[in-house]
Ligand binder design. Sequence first.
Ligand code: OAD
Ligand code: ZN
Length: 271
Amino acid sequence: MLDKKVSDFIKKSFRKGNIVCLTGAGVSGESGIPTFRGKNGLWESYDPEVYATMEGLISIFRADPQKLVDFVSDFYTVLLNARPNPAHISLAALEKTGFLNATITQNIDNLHQAAGTRSVIELHGNSFRIRCVGCQRKISLEKDRVKEMLKLLEKNRDSRIKLLKVLSRYCPRCSNCGSRYRIDIVFFGETLPQDELVRAYKILDNCEVFLVVGSSLVIYPAAALPLYAKERGAQLVEINTEPSALTDMCNCSIIGKAGEILPEIVSFLSI
Ligand code: OAD
Ligand code: ZN
């Protein structure tokens, strides 16, 4: 149950059209996708210096291609099995009823869209999309294609040449400019998609309540967005299972699971 202080705050400040949300890995935790940091976080099993950089992945492929196959398979199997949880569904409901203007996400799992949210700003890309490194043209990488790719990687795991052929098939040359496609996610050290970042700042200009859900808020520039919103007069509300880097600055910090708190907020607002 939301405590009285929280429900009073929501009653006073949540109005149609005045909320923008920022989500992090915690919003997808209840869909079975591990978070990056914290207990059982992805970065406990895979060193981000290696697995979250293009150079690192290429060096693994050179040194031990089977390791790359294992990683790609682990990475996509989790994403393929994940379904939107009550947190994603509640955010979609808040948008549908006009409370939520947009959902800015650091996640690459496509679960906000799968839950029905229309206005999604993806700061770190989407793992079910590829992007041309030359002209930046984007095309979606459907789940069935990913499944097919995993099967072929598994089948050819003993041959570096064959693996390269498989990877090239799913990241082909661009018919527009001749450059190669790559997965459309932001690796460590890469710049964020500027158009998405501009959209995020723009939507925050008219935001009265900035709701941050399931993010440790230690990665920039996403971590700077709440400060930007606060400077422009927004109230900061956070939902997280533990205090984050933002907690001290929040007008309202709700400790709890996103998949439990958000449905309560939706029903509290009598949607
Ligand atoms: P983190 O893994 O850093 O943080 C997840 C947060 O979610 C933590 O603060 C948890 O306490 C909280 N959490 C876990 N389960 C929750 C639940 N059920 N309900 C609510 N909160 C929960 O993930 P992000 O902040 O998203 O970047 O990380 C930001 C970026 O760092 C990622 O996008 C990724 C990573 O390196 C790139 O890959 C570029
Ligand atoms: Zn191109």
